[in-house]
Design a protein around this ligand. Sequence first.
Ligand code: TRH
Length: 386
Amino acid sequence: MGLEATGLNATRPLAWDVFCQVVDNYGDIGVCWRLARQLAALSGHTVRLWVDDLHSFAPLLPALDPAQPRQRHAGVDILHWREADADALPGDVVIEAFACALPAAWPARMRARRPSPLWINLEYLSAEDWVAGCHGLMSPQPGGLGKYFFFPGFTDATGGLPRERDLLSRRAAWDDTAARGWLAARLGVTVPPDALRISLFAYQDPPLAPLLDAWAASAQPVWLLAPQGKVTATLASELGVTPEALAQGVQRGALTARSIPFVEQDEYDLLLWSCHLNFVRGEDSFVRAQWAGVPLVWHIYPQEDAAHLDKLAAFLALYLAELPAEPARALRAFWLAWNAGGTPDWAALAPGLPALRDHAARWAAHLGGQRDLAANLVSFARAKLE
Ligand code: TRH
């Protein structure tokens, strides 16, 4: 189809519809909200984000009012999913996130629209080899439209990773003084200058006990900061204290552990930048920890048949390729133990932290040399719509 037929030219901004169904936790909405904002930040593009569960969204965006079916934040029109059953007409690009089924009326509305919108399924992030071969493939749908599979990823052969334009420069300007100042001012946490700062975000039951013992016995003070959620209940029970006591801070030898408030999505970056090691999970926090450029431990979302362990191995193969043998071995063993209920070996990991830190900074710079997810979506959409 030529430009005249589509009414599209190379610079006309696009209208995007992003559909997000919250399956569990914060990752579905976390990824969609981030992507929606990044698309809306591109000059002139308009974005509607349709979300089925505004209550799950609110912790990431406290300014959101879950009682309001329509509202605008950060340049994005946020709509409760049921509004899509009314008379809304599809924009230029319709994204269903993570294979969520579109509202029943939408495929017919999309078929009726001229020019036809582009239909994209945004897939989960994976470092597995097959991703590059499937990225951008189309599956014909009943009625004539095609649906394209768009895979985020870690190489130029994929759709890339979400990254704000100014992310790496803001990160580079965040030094130790900024970190300690922010922790004190925003979270009321005054950390001694010589402490190792660790953030903890994970699913319910990781093997925390051996780590708590190792940190308590450490020569260096260790400050463990855990945003309130699934893992803070486990942490409190491992330490034998109430959640309320954990919120005040609990000391065991060299370890000070504290639960902190779940902060809004942009502030979570500041927490990651302010720590020397970040435990993260799922998809979005996992990516943000990579942009933070400091060592990370990934609690991967568990899947049936242990399919997640293949994903974990694929990422490790990529991430560790350029790392010296010993810290690479220690990190791999630590991640596997963390994800499979083993015994994470702090004594083996700790000496490698400086090398892991250098590596994490190089990895972030390497990823930063690739095109980001929103930019890749725009060029993909233009190529398909023209
Ligand atoms: O919450 P997650 O585990 O999300 C998931 C879901 O399980 C989902 O179903 C699955 O599909 C996906 O993972 C792979 O982890 P994730 O992806 O890291 O999302 C958490 C979001 O919460 C992320 O956007 C960061 C944000 N967050 C804050 O905004 N503030 C905080 O204090 C913390 C700890 C996180």
